[in-house]
Design a protein around this ligand. Structure first.
Ligand SMILES: O=C[C@H](O)COP(=O)(O)O
Length: 335
């Protein structure tokens, strides 16, 4: 197996992982309906820009390996299946703590790395917290009646508290899509504020379920409302909608984050989730992130991929980089 050392700077980037929440936390702002009304999206310009991105931005060889290692540190390694078991969650946690085979890391001249977090349903939080003890990897719980968000409101709020009590440090809530579709921004704001409050010290990611919001303009408006109501991250999808994370949606949400930062000084994290399963998709997302939000966001405290199978493909690409051969996908289970 050949050795192909990655530059110290790239290594430093790849190993920067949680906990490192240096950012002052977004306290939220009063709901500003003028800002919401002013949101505009030129859909065809957004689509054109996204269509040309993969051709304009491609990284090769050592640079690609360094970016892929970096991507791993920003994955919320996820299992959200009805047949999840404690055994599966423990295996997922072991994978999160050692996401790449030691011989591959060694050949790349890299020390140990971990994923950004492990993301599970509430029932699996305790198991994950126990399995990750001593690793520094936080557990994220999906909450508030995930994925539809249609259980009784008091139960949705209570569910957050239960997951925090069980040890989740991050809570991924789902918003009520109907508030967006009916333009009831006050209701969306109030809901999000209640969720943020219930999270306490745990960081809250607002899942917009963008595939169900009807338009990119609605995506921009819902992003602003959730940030005003105190979201730490905005996230595209549950992974259960028929359309999940797309590049146009990412572009719109990243620009919403940039706009919020300009207006308030607070940096909000971004999490594309659902359907991102190939290393090349991750690279395109990172290129877009760097172009739209800059290097500051290239860190697990401001960017995550929500993904259940992306890690497996990245590992295959890294193995190919080191050995010149692709291994079968089944050799990289769980992520
Ligand atoms: O939040 C994470 C998503 O549910 C994962 O979706 P995926 O299984 O399509 O990668």
């Amino acid at each position: 197996m050949g050795t192909t050392d990655i530059s110290p700077a790239a290594q430093a980037g790849a190993t920067a992982h949680l906990p490192q929440l240096h950012e002052p936390r977004n306290p939220g702002q009063p709901l500003d309906l003028d800002v919401i009304a002013a949101q505009r999206v030129n859909t065809s310009a957004v689509e054109r820009r996204c269509a040309t991105l993969p051709g304009r931005r491609s990284v090769k060889k050592d640079h690609q390996a360094a970016w892929l290692l970096k991507a791993i540190t920003m994955i919320d390694l996820t299992t959200l299946a009805g047949d999840d078991t404690p055994g599966r969650v423990r295996r997922l946690c072991a994978k999160a703590a050692h996401p790449v085979r030691a011989d591959i890391l060694e050949a790349l001249g890299m020390g140990p790395i971990t994923t950004g977090a492990v993301c599970v349903y509430h029932e699996m939080v305790e198991t994950a917290v126990e399995a990750l003890e001593g690793t520094g990897i936080p557990v994220a719980a999906v909450s508030t009646g995930f994925p539809a968000g249609l259980s009784p409101f008091p139960l949705r709020v209570k569910e957050i508290g239960e997951s925090v009590k069980a040890g989740a440090q991050e809570i991924d809530i789902v918003i009520s899509r109907r508030h967006v579709l009916t333009g009831d921004w006050q209701a969306l704001y109030d809901e999000m504020r209640a969720y943020r409050e219930a999270c306490g010290e745990a960081h809250v990611k607002a899942i917009l379920a963008t595939g169900e919001l009807g338009s990119l303009r609605n995506v921009a408006r819902a992003s602003q409302v959730c940030m005003m109501a105190g979201a730490d991250f905005i996230k595209t999808s549950t992974g259960k909608e028929s359309v999940n994370a797309t590049l146009p949606v990412s572009l719109v949400m990243m620009r919403a984050i940039r706009d919020y930062h300009r207006r308030t000084g607070y940096r909000i994290g971004y999490k594309p989730a659902g359907g991102i399963s190939k290393a090349k998709d991750a690279l395109v997302h990172l290129a877009l992130l760097k172009e739209e939000l800059g290097n500051h966001w290239l860190s697990p405290h401001l960017f995550r991929f929500g993904a259940s199978s992306l890690l497996g493909d990245i590992e295959r690409q890294l193995e190919h980089h080191v050995t010149g051969r692709y291994s079968a996908a089944w050799r990289h289970p769980l992520g």
